[in-house]
Design a protein around this ligand. Structure first.
Ligand SMILES: Cc1ncc(COP(=O)(O)O)c(C=O)c1O
Length: 395
């Protein structure tokens, strides 16, 4: 029986929330090694190799710092290392997570400006450019965008956001949350001129929750020298100083670093472009299933469809939470709930991380059976439509 499962159920639980995702056996085996002396000579070798290797996943040659924290910690680290009290930051209302990041900025004493969104598409580069052009005094110090909004299944085009900053000729830093996109959806920290990339361990990286990351540009590092928000645990300076020899300024999450080492190897062995293509293909198959069921995809802009999850709207008068509860009860599968204003309106299918065609077909079959047992009006044949797509686009 799975740990903390309330009743005995045969077979493996389907964890198809959009993170935490399923942890591959190879990663579990790596974690299952004795914890080592984090100040001993062997640790430095591991640290140096890992801190170098992980850069490839962010598509950067610059430093990546690793915190023993969930993604929220890395959000805070990105803000407190680069900004000063009262600084204006431009944020985009893509959904629940963008809203939480904005609230954090406010609590830290920043002045966030929230570009309004309808939770059905990614950030709008034209809106960003227009606001930056207006800011003649260059009071806006950072633009913050959630690359993949996990609450809606909409992915913002960071390359276009970068071009918007450039077109406006504005020097603001670009801070990007890739918590549910890194290692699932193509993301290029360096090429796209991102200053701080925020990431977490529990999604595309296929690890348990507990690590988070900042990839840092030279411009962000320079900004950190004069940024005045109070910081201690999150401070890049002692972290980077210790990282130079493979160590950390405080006790690192040693066994999670073993896990990260194994996960990065798996991603690089598969090839990042193949990892992205695998996610794209599973996302397209999922959307075909949703359309065949006659249900609506929450993301209303096809260019912003997410490859790591699909949020599905329920017909008016039907409860997404009741559907999820039925699927958990009858088929032992967890799906993501609707967050904030989408509570009970949508359910979210996670198709990211350690995932393959048969896992996808199990997931979609579970959803289709759930729709039937929960009495949600739909057409049968979604799983079949997905299967046809997978067959027609076999790899
Ligand atoms: C896009 C995004 N940002 C931030 C967070 C917050 O991260 P955490 O819950 O790991 O602190 C999440 C969590 O799911 C997320 O999906």
């Amino acid at each position: 029986m799975a740990y903390y499962q309330s009743k005995p159920v045969a077979g493996r639980h389907f964890l198809q929330i959009p993170g935490p995702t399923n942890v591959p056996d190879r990663v579990l085996r790596a974690m299952d090694n004795p914890t080592m002396d984090h100040r001993g000579p062997d640790f430095g070798k591991l640290g140096l190799a890992l801190l170098e290797k992980v850069r490839a996943v962010f598509q950067t040659s610059g430093p990546v710092v690793i915190y023993p924290a969930s993604g929220t910690g890395a959000w805070e680290a990105a803000l407190v290392n680069t900004l000063s009290p009262g600084d204006r930051v431009l944020m985009c209302e893509t959904g629940w997570f963008a809203s939480l990041w904005r609230e954090m900025a406010e609590r830290l004493g920043l002045r966030p400006e929230f570009l309004k969104g309808d939770w059905r598409r990614g950030a709008d580069p034209e809106q960003i450019e227009a606001r930056l052009r207006e800011d003649k005094a260059q009071e806006i110090k950072a633009v913050c965008v959630v690359h993949n909004e996990t609450s809606t299944g909409c992915t913002s085009r960071i390359d276009e956001v970068r071009r918007a900053l450039d077109a406006a000729g504005h020097p603001a830093l670009l801070l990007v949350d890739t918590i549910s996109s890194l290692a699932s959806i193509d993301y290029r920290h360096e090429e796209w001129g991102v200053d701080v990339t925020v990431a977490g361990s529990q999604k595309g990286l296929m690890l348990p929750p507990g690590l988070s990351f900042n990839a840092i540009s030279a411009k962000a590092l320079k900004a950190s020298e004069t940024a005045r928000l109070p910081r201690s645990f999150w401070d890049w300076k002692p972290m980077l100083a210790a990282n130079a020899t493979g160590y950390f300024p405080y006790t690192p999450a040693t066994n999670m670093l073993y896990a990260l080492d194994a996960a990065v190897d798996m991603l690089l062995e598969e090839g990042l472009q193949n990892v992205f293509a695998r996610h794209d293909r599973h996302a397209e198959a999922t959307r075909r299933a949703v359309r065949a069921w006659g249900l609506e995809i929450q993301c209303a802009e096809p260019r912003h469809y997410s490859s790591s999850l699909t949020a599905v709207r329920l017909p008016e008068g039907h409860s997404a939470n009741a559907l999820r509860a039925a699927i958990l009860e009858k088929f032992n599968m967890s799906l993501g709930n609707g967050l904030g204003q989408l509570n009970d309106r949508v359910f979210r299918i996670g198709h990211l991380g350690d995932f393959n065609d048969l896992a996808l077909m199990g997931t979609l079959s579970g959803v289709e059976m759930g729709l039937a047992v929960a009495g949600v009006p739909h057409k049968a044949g979604g799983a079949r439509a997905a299967m046809d797509y997978l067959i027609g686009n076999a790899v």
